[in-house]
Ligand binder design. Structure first.
Ligand code: PMP
Length: 366
């Protein structure tokens, strides 16, 4: 019940144990096609340009940045937690001009702030993290694609800890590129980064003057393995077992349905906060509309030892809770409600861990 990896669905783990297929054999291409159909559904896009990057969320981040930008171009980073800071670090390494648009931890960017940055810096790309797992903030994305396009920029979004747990509409919101992670709401082990490019983003890639600086993440080559350009060629060995896992994870998303997933995560987030509030605990994110339902940040009260409470939860109930990360370190607990772990029983276990953990420190009377 930390910010991930969450427990994987046993169906996904069973799929991963199936015998290997050749990564360039037609039956495996069929599996890749089915994965892409599932990705189109969870991304809510009709774009042909979807794939799994062989790596975790960071690999997806690096793939998007190195393919979307050429050295000397500008990226504006919406920096409101550690993910913006990492994207800025990566872009700088690729010779991209980085504009670090900082925001206090726990807050989101307004459309007016982003519009001002687009006008001033005229970037090729705007980066935003939808669900910031370091702060528990949910950045609203509706309308931002149109805004970026009006200023000649592409919109790149991190959905590693939010995809599947909160609404996301790649096409309707005009998103140009997005990467995610397998080990959070999607309920698979870490090791695959779902990725999406719009037509606009693909055009930018195809018209580059320079090759993407990473061979490993070159989407001209990876796309050609995933059939983006009408053929299939070998770039690297597809992660056969991991792809089986993702096919099953996406199948489960389809069975439950996105609306069902979003509603379940929201309901459990609300139920958990009812219980936490009754114990006198407070959310780190002041504005309820900005609170991420998949990763919840809970303020550590004065005089409470957060690490001791986490240890108590693990030792007593086998429940993993996490402390803060980056700007929230020592200030919050982070509790994940994600995918296979998003059940009323697990939320109840989290509440029991906090109740008894606080009592053990003499910080809760009742
Ligand atoms: N972005 C966000 C929002 C994340 O929560 C994470 C993982 N915690 C990452 C990126 C990086 O993903 P990974 O650890 O899978 O590389």
């Amino acid at each position: 019940m930390g910010p991930g990896p969450a427990n994987a669905n046993p169906r996904v783990l069973a799929a991963q144990a199936m015998p290997l297929l050749g990564h360039m054999h037609p039956p495996f291409f069929k599996i890749m096609d089915e994965i892409q159909a599932g990705l189109r559904y969870v991304f809510q896009t009709s774009s042909e340009y979807t794939c799994l990057i062989s790596g975790t969320g960071h690999a997806g981040m690096e793939a998007c940045i190195t393919n979307l930008l050429e050295p000397g171009e500008t990226i504006v980073i919406g920096d409101k937690g550690i993910w913006g800071a990492r994207a800025a670090d990566m872009a700088g390494r690729f010779g991209v001009n980085v504009v670090d648009l900082k925001k206090e931890a726990g807050k989101t960017f307004t459309i007016a702030e982003l519009e001002a940055a687009l006008k001033e810096h005229k970037p090729a790309v705007l980066f935003l993290c939808q669900g910031d797992s370091s702060t528990g903030v949910h950045q609203n994305l509706a309308g931002l694609g149109e805004l970026c396009h009006a200023h000649g920029a592409l919109l790149l979004v991190d959905t590693v800890c939010s995809l599947g747990g909160v609404p996301f509409f790649a096409d309707a919101w005009g998103i140009d590129a997005m990467y995610s992670g397998s080990q959070k709401v999607l309920g698979a082990p870490p090791g695959a980064a779902p990725l999406f490019f719009s037509e606009r983003a693909l055009k930018k890639l195809r018209e580059r003057k320079t090759k993407p600086m990473s061979y490993n993440w070159d989407l001209n080559l990876i796309g050609d393995y995933w059939g983006w350009f009408g053929s299939r060629s070998y770039h690297h060995t597809g992660m056969v077992s991991m792809w089986y896992a993702m096919r099953e994870a996406l199948q489960i998303m389809g069975e439950v349905g996105l609306e069902g997933m979003w509603a379940r995560h929201k309901r459990l987030h609300e139920d958990m906060w009812k219980g936490l509030t009754a114990m006198g605990l407070e959310p780190f994110v002041a504005n309820p509309a900005d609170r991420l339902v998949t990763v919840n940040t809970i303020k550590v009260p004065e005089g409470v030892d957060w690490l001791a409470l986490n240890k108590f939860a693990m030792d007593t109930y086998n429940v993993e809770l996490a402390g803060g990360l980056g700007p929230t370190l020592g200030r919050v607990w982070r509790v994940g409600i994600m995918g296979y772990n998003a059940t009323p029983a697990n939320v109840e276990l989290v509440l029991t861990s906090f109740r008894e953990g606080l009592k053990a420190q003499g910080k809760l009377k009742a």
